[in-house]
Write a protein that binds this ligand. Structure first.
Ligand SMILES: *Cc1c(COP(=O)(O)O)cnc(C)c1O
Length: 515
């Protein structure tokens, strides 16, 4: 490795303080406290008497620190994170867009934040109205007939949707055997089909990365339950023959499932319900700007055509003759409940706030900006990276590492190198139909200035790959930790703090285990 950390000069980042930070247990010293209580001015209660054997006396090993130590500990940890509030997150197929602060303001309103799922219906009319209004907005956006908000993620929505497909076919006397999944699909699609008990039939894409209609026609038969299709596809291209795809399936009684995770390219422009889709999921944590990643709650509503409505999970939100709203549990053909209570309600609030804050024209503008941004990146990097599919992009663009791989530099190396330039990596090695894929989705959130910084960084990385490949292959260099051993991290994760060899005997049940 050369002693300079960059071949050119990065415009976005300078080296910054990146403090080392031990575990909170390692910082602990006995007797330290982060609080001081006033002297007791009421009679003390004997907790042992009150709680009896339920009183826990042994708290195990707890960290003991002062207030400022705690604050510094967590603040320092937070500086190790990359976040959408720090800069662009170009992960393709993920729609890592900015989450408007208005969403958070609305979600924190007392009547909403403190609502309880067991509150009587008469006191929950506001919350039910939020659900109903969101349902109506999503139905308008998708052009579908009925919807459930229950599923907690995209993959969970797929599972719910395919359960409904199975229930539909069963109601006609035969669940059918297989689900067709194109080779460009997100990994969750074949996984979903298999979990619901279907065989997965792999459909090869044609040279343009699209569904091969002739091949599809050959594959669809009376044993086909559905095709699961992402549109626009994971290479960011719209399946322009989607009508014909729907017709081929419907002719054999099979259904068209659309993975709607890429709706950021379609909202306000075209509606799946109008181009033949029977069932689809949405990712509120992608398209509708609710927080994404970090293990936070997601939301994957499933919208269906009329024929699938009887199978929706229960309860559904219905309007009573007096105009008030109620939860309807009496749904004999329902696939049942897929989530406790009604789904991730806090996400419904945020998504509805986003939809209403934008309005129809704002949502359409969002789509146009997302597509414009992806095409801008595509046009600017066309001469730097190989572009396997030449058609204009929708919301994301896929390059490959073919030119750089000649010098031994792979997509993963360049993704890690991007960290040195102040960006999160793009999506590495996906979709699988493109070898060495570099998949970039800027979203509408980014300004031209931020896009130019990314383009600039990627051009510099390409130059480094040509002039000093080792620099890229050993990246990142400016982070607190450098390249990690990913295999060991995946195979032998250490998830539990282990006390250093104890000075006193440790109780057998609190003795540290590996993980
Ligand atoms: C993100 C994504 C999913 C899965 O959604 P999760 O919420 O992560 O479960 C499925 N399909 C596509 C195309 C996606 O981009």
């Amino acid at each position: 490795m050369s002693d300079t950390k960059f071949v050119g000069t990065p415009r976005k980042v300078t080296t910054h303080v990146n403090q080392n930070e031990g575990l909170i247990f390692e910082k602990s010293s006995p007797g330290k406290k982060a609080y001081r209580l006033a002297e007791l001015d009421v009679p003390a209660i004997d907790a042992k008497k009150l709680l009896g054997p339920a009183l826990r006396t042994d708290l195990g090993v707890m960290p003991e620190l002062s207030e400022i130590e705690i604050i510094r500990h967590f603040t320092r940890l937070s500086t190790w994170n990359y976040a959408i509030d720090l800069g662009m997150y170009p992960l393709g197929s993920c729609t890592m867009k900015y989450n408007g602060r208005v969403n958070e303001a609305v979600a924190r309103l007392e009547g909403i934040a403190e609502a309880h799922p067991y509150q009587p219906e008469s006191l929950s009319q506001g919350c039910l109205q939020i659900m109903k209004t969101l349902e109506e907005a999503l139905l308008e956006i998708t052009g579908m007939d009925a919807i459930t908000l229950q599923p907690a993620a995209g993959a969970h929505g797929e599972f719910t949707g395919i359960l409904m497909v199975r229930a539909y076919h069963e109601s006609k006397g035969n669940a059918r055997k297989k689900i067709i999944v194109p080779d460009s699909a997100h990994g969750t699609n074949p996984a979903t089909a298999a979990v619901v008990g279907y065989e997965v039939a792999n459909l090869k894409s044609n040279a343009q990365g699209m569904v091969d209609l002739e091949e599809l026609e050959r594959m669809v038969d009376e044993d086909t339950a559905a095709l699961m299709l992402t549109n626009p596809s994971t290479i960011g291209v719209f399946e322009s023959d989607i009508h014909k795809i729907a017709d081929i399936l419907h002719a054999k009684g099979a259904l068209l499932y659309m993975d709607g995770a890429n709706m950021n390219a379609l909202v306000g422009k075209t509606r799946p319900g109008d181009f033949g889709v029977d069932v689809m999921h949405l990712n509120l944590h992608k398209t509708f700007s609710t927080p994404h990643g970090g293990g936070g709650p997601g939301s994957g509503p499933v919208a269906v055509k009329k024929i699938l409505e009887p199978f929706l999970p229960k309860p559904t939100v219905e309007t009573k003759p007096d105009g008030s709203l109620t939860l309807q549990f009496d749904r004999p053909q329902s696939v049942g409940r897929v989530r406790m209570f009604y789904g991730n309600f806090g996400m419904f609030v945020r998504a509805l706030a986003y939809i209403l804050a934008n309005g129809p024209d704002g949502l359409r503008q969002t789509t146009e900006d997302a597509v414009l941004n992806a095409n801008y990146i595509r046009a600017k990097l066309l001469d730097t990276f190989e572009l396997p599919f030449k058609r204009p992009s929708l919301h994301e663009v896929v390059f490959s590492d073919k030119l750089q791989a000649k010098n031994g530099v792979k997509t993963g190396d360049m993704g890690k190198r991007l960290i040195d330039y102040g960006f999160h990596a793009y999506t590495v090695s996906f979709p699988l139909v493109v070898s060495g894929a570099m998949m970039i989705e800027p979203t509408e959130s980014e300004s031209r200035e931020e896009l130019d910084l990314l383009i600039d960084a990627l051009k510099q990385i390409a130059q480094e790959a040509a002039e000093n490949p080792e620099l890229v292959k050993t990246a990142p260099h400016t982070t607190r930790l450098q390249r990690l051993d990913e295999t060991t991290a995946a195979r032998k994760p250490i998830l539990r703090w282990k006390a250093p060899v104890a000075k006193e005997p440790v109780q057998p049940d609190t003795a540290a285990k590996e993980w």
